[in-house]
Design a protein around this ligand. Structure first.
Ligand code: IMP
Ligand code: MG
Length: 338
C-alpha cells in the first residue's frame, strides 16, 4: 500500500502533520522522504513536544516505522545527525547509497549569492548549489562519506520489497507544487521538481505502484521568499485575520493570500490526487479547533470543504483541526477509501 503526500501550494501546508498522523493511523511500516533536502521545514507536534524537521521523515512518531531518505534527496550531514539525535531514531533511519551530500562550501556559496538571496529569496541551505554539482556529476554521495556508513541502504529495493509484501509505505514530499523547478513560478522556485511523480522518482518507485496520492492544501495560501502570489493580503490584514505565520527554516514572515481555486485546480492536474487533505481549518474557523468528526464542524467549515470537493472533484478525506498529530478528522472510512 503506497501513499504519496505532496503539497498543492507553495510549501508549508502541513505535510509534516499529515504524514505524522498517517504513520500512526495506518501503522506505517516505512515512511520515506523524497523532495529536495534541508531547505524543507516540517513541523510535528506529538505528545506535547514540537519537532522541526528538515531531514528526518515526519513519520518518526510511529516507533515501529523504518525511516528512509531517497537517492534523489540531499542530506547535510551535521543537520541529519542533529535530527537523528533529537528524534532518537539512530537504529531505524537509513538513506540511499546515492543520496546527495551538501557540503559547507555549498551553503557558503549560497549565503554569498545575491541572486539567490535578494532575487529568489532562497533558504540558502546549499540545496541549489549541490543540485548543480550533481547535474555536473561532481557531487559527493552518501556512500563517499565515512561517518554515514552505518546509515546506508538500498532505499528503492527496501521500498519495492516492502510493497511486494503488502506493507504500508508513505512517501513524504517537500516544498509545494508551485515551487517546482519545472511547473512552478520560475525563477522563484526551488532546485528540483517536487510534484508527486518526482517524489516517487526520488525514492525509486514506479508510478504504477502508487495507490494513493494525498494532495495537501492549507485553508489559505502562504509563500515565503519572492515570486508571484495572487490576491496577496497586506500583512496587517493577514495579522487581523490570524493568518500570520513565520517560516520554519529561515524565520521569515510568510506572505499570505486566501485559498486559491485556480492554483488548487492546477495542482490537482499536476499531481493527480486520489484524496485531498485540508489543514488549519481551525485557523479560519476558530470554533472547529480539535474536532474529530465532520458532523461536528461549523456550517462555515462544512461549506468550505464541500466547495473544495465540488470544484476540484476530489474527496477531502483528511481535515486537520490543530497542530497536534491527532487533531484530525479522518473521513476515509466514511468515504469508502479504506
Ligand atoms: P531554495 O530551494 O532554498 O533555494 O529556495 C527557493 C524558494 O523556495 C524560496 O522562495 C524559498 O523560500 C522556497 N522554499 C524552499 N523550501 C521551502 C519550504 O520547505 N517551504 C516553503 N518554501 C520553501
Ligand atoms: Mg515548511
Amino acid at each position: 500500500m503506497l501513499s504519496v503526500v505532496v503539497d498543492g501550494f507553495f510549501g508549508d501546508t502541513g505535510k509534516g502533520k499529515i504524514v505524522s498522523y498517517l504513520s500512526l493511523a495506518d501503522d506505517a511500516d516505512i515512511v520515506a522522504r523524497g523532495g529536495v533536502g534541508p531547505n524543507a521545514g516540517h513541523t510535528v507536534v506529538y505528545n506535547g513536544k514540537e519537532y522541526k524537521l528538515r531531514q528526518v521523515p515526519s513519520g518518526f512518531v510511529n516507533k515501529k516505522a523504518l525511516l528512509l531518505i531517497g537517492a534523489g534527496v540531499l542530506v547535510y550531514p551535521p543537520r541529519f545527525f542533529k535530527e537523528v539525535d533529537m528524534t532518537n531514531t539512530k537504529d531505524r533511519i537509513y538513506m540511499d547509497y546515492q543520496t546527495g551530500i551538501i557540503e559547507d562550501r555549498h551553503v557558503e556559496e549560497e549565503q554569498r549569492s545575491e541572486h539567490l538571496g535578494k532575487k529568489i529569496g532562497s533558504t540558502k541551505t546549499g540545496c541549489g548549489a549541490a543540485m548543480r554539482d550533481r547535474v555536473m556529476r561532481k557531487l559527493k554521495l552518501a556512500k563517499d562519506i565515512d561517518e554515514l556508513r552505518e546509515y546506508l541502504t538500498d532505499v528503492s529495493l527496501a521500498i519495492n520489497e516492502a510493497l511486494d509484501k503488502n506493507k504500508v509505505v508513505i512517501l513524504e514530499g517537500t516544498q509545494g507544487t508551485f515551487l517546482s523547478l519545472y511547473h512552478g513560478t520560475y525563477p522563484y522556485v526551488t532546485s528540483k521538481d517536487v510534484t508527486a511523480s518526482s517524489i516517487c522518482a526520488d525514492v525509486g518507485v514506479g508510478p504504477k505502484r502508487v495507490d494513493d496520492i494525498i494532495l495537501v492544501f492549507k485553508s489559505y495560501v502562504t509563500r515565503v521568499g519572492s515570486g508571484p502570489l495572487e490576491n496577496e493580503l497586506p500583512i496587517d490584514e493577514a495579522k487581523e485575520k490570524g493568518l500570520f505565520e513565520v517560516a520554519t527554516v529561515t524565520g521569515r514572515i510568510r506572505r499570505v493570500a486566501p485559498f486559491n481555486f485556480k492554483y488548487a485546480k492546477r495542482a490537482v492536474m499536476l499531481n493527480s490526487p486520489t484524496q485531498i487533505a485540508i489543514t488549519k481549518i481551525d485557523v479560519l474557523f476558530k470554533e472547529d479547533r480539535g474536532k474529530r468528526n465532520f458532523s461536528e464542524l461549523s456550517k462555515g467549515a462544512k461549506k468550505f470543504i464541500e466547495e473544495i470537493e465540488d470544484r476540484l472533484n476530489v474527496p477531502v478525506s483528511l481535515i486537520s483541526t490543530g497542530p497536534e498529530t491527532d487533531a484530525m478528522i479522518d473521513r476515509r472510512r466514511e468515504l469508502g477509501i479504506i
